[in-house]
Design a binder for this molecule. Structure first.
Ligand SMILES: Nc1ncnc2c1ncn2[C@@H]1O[C@H](COP(=O)(O)OP(=O)(O)O)[C@@H](O)[C@H]1O
Ligand SMILES: [Mg+2]
Length: 203
C-alpha cells in the first residue's frame, strides 16, 4: 500500500500560510523520517495526513483512493504528549479497549505491566503512557502510523525499547511509519529515508 499526500496547502489564519504545496509518499514496508525546525508545521502536516484537520487543499490518499475517515482510521497519529490524548476519568484498561484488546504477547513486547491497567492516566509515567498510546494505535485495521515526536520526552533506554517494539510489529504486519523527529541520530538508525521539511514545504 502507498500513503500519499499531494500538493497539501493549509493555513490556520488567512494571511499566515503554514503548509504550501507539500507532497510526500510512503509505502507499507517503509519507515520514512521527517525532520524540521520547531514551529515549521510538521505537526500540522501530521494532523492533515491523519484526518484531524480537514479544511486543507490537496489530497491524501491510500493507493490512489480517498481515505474513509468515518470508521476506524487506517492512518493513526501518535502524539508527543500521550496524556493529552487520554480521558483522565478512564482507567487504562478502558483507554486501551476503546481501540482494541491487544494479545498478551504484544503487551509483553511493549513491557506493559498488568497492574498498570487498573490505574488512572495520572498514575503512570510519560513512558508508560506512551506505551499505551502506541499499542492503542496498533489496532489490526491500522495501515500507517504517523509518529510525531513520540519518544522526545523519554529517556534513552525507554526510547530504544519503544522504537524496537514498534518497528518489529510494523515490519511483521506491513504497516508503514512516518517518523517525525528533530533527532537526526534516531532517524538515521530507524529510517529507510529522511525528508527535510523545509525542502518539501514551498513557502
Ligand atoms: N491550532 C492552531 N491554531 C493556530 N496556529 C497554530 C495551531 N497549531 C499550530 N499553530 C501554529 O502553526 C505553526 C506550526 O506549528 P506545528 O505544526 O506544531 O509545528 P512543528 O510541529 O513543526 O513544531 C506554529 O507557528 C504554531 O504556532
Ligand atoms: Mg510538532
Amino acid at each position: 500500500m502507498e500513503l500519499k499526500a499531494e500538493n497539501i496547502t493549509f493555513s490556520y489564519h488567512k494571511n499566515k500560510p503554514i503548509l504550501k504545496d507539500i507532497s510526500l509518499s510512503l509505502n507499507s514496508n517503509q519507515i520514512i523520517g521527517l525532520m524540521g525546525d520547531s514551529g515549521s508545521g510538521k505537526s500540522t502536516l501530521c494532523k492533515v495526513m491523519a484526518g484531524y484537520i480537514t479544511h486543507y487543499t490537496g489530497e491524501v490518499t491510500i493507493d490512489g483512493s480517498a481515505i474513509d475517515r468515518k470508521g476506524f482510521d487506517p492512518v493513526q497519529l501518535i502524539f508527543q504528549h500521550p496524556e493529552k490524548t487520554m480521558n483522565p476519568k478512564w482507567k487504562m484498561e478502558k483507554v486501551l479497549r476503546e481501540s482494541w484488546i491487544p494479545p498478551q504477547e504484544l503487551k509483553d513486547t511493549f513491557g506493559l505491566k498488568d497492574n498498570w491497567l487498573t490505574r488512572w492516566p495520572s498514575e503512570l509515567s510519560g513512558g508508560e503512557l506512551q506505551r499505551f498510546s502506541i499499542l492503542r494505535a496498533l489496532n489490526p485495521e491500522t495501515k500507517f502510523i504517523i509518529a510525531d515526536e513520540i519518544s522526545t520526552m523519554l529517556d534513552a533506554v525507554t526510547q530504544v525499547q519503544i522504537w524496537e517494539a514498534l518497528i518489529k510489529h510494523c515490519k511483521a504486519n506491513n504497516i508503514g511509519i512516518l517518523a517525525v523527529s528533530h533527532d537526526k541520530d534516531l532517524l538515521d538508525v530507524i529510517c529507510d529515508d529522511i525528508l527535510y521539511f523545509n525542502e518539501i514545504n514551498h513557502l
